[in-house]
Design a protein around this ligand. Structure first.
Ligand code: UD1
Length: 401
């Protein structure tokens, strides 16, 4: 694919802009398309790109479950060009893909639990959406120099574990009889012994355990395969559990920290599944943005699969405790002793590869990031909390039991 000079004259080149293009020793601003750019992660990335002098087009369908009825989220910078459309619509995508240098593909449905009953819609938006974007790209022979896709640690299924007798092991999803007996910790697949969670690296075999995770695996393979075939450097970023300002509070299938905040703000205790000792790698959105910029700027990222997380495991019960304390909740915190089908017990990031190839260094611990989260949720208009409805929906379908 030919490389096009940056639009000199439209935006003055910034000597310090670390982009992929260099003309006469000056790094040039680029045009960046972010699908899902009006969303939580996309909008933060847009701000960081604008601050570096780039131009940003956000392509977004403004999914009502996330955005309600708004025509443009208030947090979206006025400098972002917002194009409303569906990632399965090649007609709208084609002119955009002809005019940009870098594509971040973030548009996706994101609820792991919801994907277990909205199977077709998740497959269409996530897998077919990625395929449509790539089809449009190769048909329109644009000038895109890099493709970056948001994948997820859910493609791993359970994380890596240490068995005292068998070393590093990769258990599958916990078997149904074990979960029915409320024995929550995964066991060694070889000897049944107790295990200790280990950081999970990119070479751990993928064992996607939900429809959502399967669609993320599809996205990974599509981007790497098509990128390689056409010589367009593609990068797969496996995001862990992202939290921070702008994550939709009204969406009952949003991330756990926001769900807990929404419940506490509406005077209800969080619904803590299992026994609350399951862990996740909670990564602040600013660290994800840091990783995205590095992936865009560094050629070392090309054709790589890279974890972006905090590298730390946090107990879900601990998240509830911290948020309850900060939001002044005085009631008891109990666990439901039920589980969501497809949930894994532990998975946190091994960051060796993203450190070595990108120089990625997460800066915000959960304890630090939680204050900013609280400040943001407290400033938001109160929404009716729909997490109980969502939990009831899952239970009615036998997907939480
Ligand atoms: C989340 C993301 C997914 C992303 C993945 C990366 C959302 C909606 N999903 O999925 O897009 O790819 O991280 O890791 O942001 N839990 C409760 N009570 C609740 C809700 C959740 O106890 O009310 C528990 C769950 O059982 C689970 C943990 O919290 O153990 C995390 O759940 P959730 O925030 O939904 O994240 P993931 O399923 O990991």
């Amino acid at each position: 694919m030919p490389r096009r000079a940056a639009p000199v004259g439209q935006t003055p080149p910034l000597a310090t802009v670390p982009s992929g293009l260099e003309i006469d020793g000056t790094r040039m601003p680029e045009r960046v398309l972010i699908t899902g750019g009006a969303g939580f992660v996309g909008s933060h990335l847009a701000d960081a790109l604008l601050a570096r002098g780039h131009r940003v087009i956000a392509f977004d369908n403004l999914e009502p479950q996330v955005h309600g009825t708004t025509a443009r989220p208030a947090y979206l910078s006025p400098e972002v060009e917002l194009v409303r459309g569906d990632v399965r619509d090649t007609e709208v995508l084609a002119p955009l893909l002809r005019s940009v240098d870098v594509v971040f593909h973030f548009a996706a449905l994101v609820g792991v639990a919801q994907s277990m009953y909205d199977i077709r819609r998740y497959s269409e938006v996530n897998a077919l959406g990625a395929a449509t974007l790539l089809q449009t790209l190769v048909d329109c022979r644009g000038t895109v120099r890099k493709l970056i896709v948001a994948s997820s640690n859910t493609v791993y299924g359970e994380g890596a574990y240490q068995c005292p007798a068998h070393g590093r092991v990769f258990p599958g999803l916990r078997p149904e009889p074990q979960l029915a007996a409320r024995r929550w910790e995964p066991r060694c697949p070889r000897c049944g012994d107790e295990l200790t969670p280990l950081p999970t690296d990119e070479d751990k075999p993928r064992q996607p355990a939900s429809v959502y995770a399967i669609t993320k695996r599809d996205q990974e393979e599509l981007f790497l395969n098509v990128g390689q075939a056409y010589g367009i450097p593609s990068v797969v970023l496996r995001f862990f559990n992202i939290y921070g300002a702008r994550q939709a509070l009204s969406n009952p299938y949003t991330g756990v920290a926001n769900i807990f905040c929404a419940r506490l703000l509406s005077g209800q205790a969080p619904l803590i599944f299992e026994d609350g000792h399951q862990t996740r790698d909670l990564v602040h959105v600013s660290d994800i943005v840091q990783g995205c910029l590095l992936a865009m700027e560094r050629p070392e990222a090309d054709y790589q699969v890279l974890n972006l997380g905090s590298g730390q495991a946090v107990r879900i019960g601990r998240i509830a405790e911290l948020l309850a304390e900060r939001l002044g909740w005085r009631g008891p915190l109990t666990t439901t002793n039920t589980f969501r089908v497809g949930d894994v017990r532990h998975c946190y990031a091994d960051l060796s590869r993203s450190r070595a190839l990108l120089g990625y260094r997460p800066r915000v611990s959960f304890e630090q990031g939680v204050d900013e989260l609280i400040a943001w949720v407290s400033s938001q208009p109160r929404h009716e909390d729909r997490s109980a409805q969502a939990a009831a929906e899952l239970a009615a379908r036998g997907l939480a039991r």
